[in-house]
Design a protein around this ligand. Structure first.
Ligand SMILES: [Zn+2]
Length: 296
């Protein structure tokens, strides 16, 4: 697990002004030698963290690895505890894993199948899971993003990176206080006015100060994650939950295009969060399932 001091040093590295685009691999690499104070430089060296670990991912290998990883029987317990800690204690690294786990668990084992040309112009994206046929990733930068609470909900190499790392975590267990805070946050969400939008919800959560140690980034991704988990319902599928079933990439894309048609021209549309509204409320059973899974 990366410590707080290292994350602080990395925040000085992973900035736009330090990035250089590699057009061949289609990734950003980051300069990290001359902008750090000597002490920070020492800390970075002592940590053995390589700021630009570049990895090539192939779809079929990623899918196979994900299917193998979820055979670890401790994983559901771990991701449930991590998510409760993310909500109840501001542990940002805990947001992504619960999505990654259920995505990997419920995704069918399959070979790469390109999207139909009329749905998506890029033919290197798989229509089942959204993972690219071949893609290069800056794993170091992607890992840093997960630590600051920036997530990837869909077919990305980060899903594998995420699950591989949390398997090395030890003793991350949610306390009773954190579980209570998690439930209190749900009570607050449930009090939404009927016409509340996702951005209205975010403003209210910020005002209520109910998410400890949170910021705009972490609150946004916690709320998006709750929509993926189905705790926040959506208007397309009342039973939608990554915990219960896998929705193919092409289906999600189709719903997103649909939401686009009824949204303001420049609105940021993302399924499922964009189709939540206060009156749809929350699904308590799924939240309770997470609490149960964290207590086994
Ligand atoms: Zn696929």
């Amino acid at each position: 697990m990366l410590n707080k001091e290292l994350i602080k040093v990395l925040s000085k590295i992973y900035r736009y002004e330090n990035s250089k685009y590699d057009p061949e691999k289609k990734i950003d690499v980051y300069r990290h030698t001359d902008q750090l104070a000597p002490q920070q430089q020492e800390h970075l060296e002592a940590s053995n963290f390589e700021p630009n670990r570049i990895t090539k991912y192939e779809h079929n290998e990623v899918v196979n690895e994900l299917k193998n990883i979820i055979e670890n029987h401790n994983l559901e317990y771990m991701v449930s505890n991590l998510f409760i800690k993310a909500v109840g204690a501001g542990f940002n690294r805990g947001i992504q894993p619960i999505f990654s786990y259920y995505f990997a668990k419920n995704m069918p084992l399959h070979d790469f199948k390109p999207c139909s040309a009329n749905v998506l112009e890029q033919n290197n994206v798989c229509r089942v899971c959204g993972i690219q046929d071949t893609v290069w990733s800056n794993d170091s930068k992607n890992l840093y993003d997960l630590y600051i609470g920036y997530c990837r909900f869909g077919g990305y190499s980060e899903i594998l990176l995420d699950l591989k790392e949390i398997l090395t975590f030890e003793g991350v267990i949610a306390t009773d206080d954190e579980k209570n805070t998690f439930l209190e946050v749900l009570d607050i969400i449930e009090k939404a006015p009927r016409d509340e939008t996702p951005s209205g919800l975010l403003k209210r959560l910020s005002k209520e100060r109910c998410l400890p140690k949170s910021n705009n980034i972490s609150r946004t991704w916690i709320v998006k994650c709750m929509a993926e988990l189905g705790i926040l319902r959506n208007s397309y599928d009342n039973d939608y939950s990554i915990m219960n079933a896998f929705v193919p990439y092409e289906q999600k894309l189709e719903w997103e295009l649909n939401i686009h048609k009824s949204s303001l021209p420049r609105a940021d549309v993302e399924f499922p969060i964009s189709s939540w509204q206060g009156e749809l409320g929350i699904n308590r059973a799924l939240a309770n399932k997470i609490i149960d899974n964290a207590s086994k």
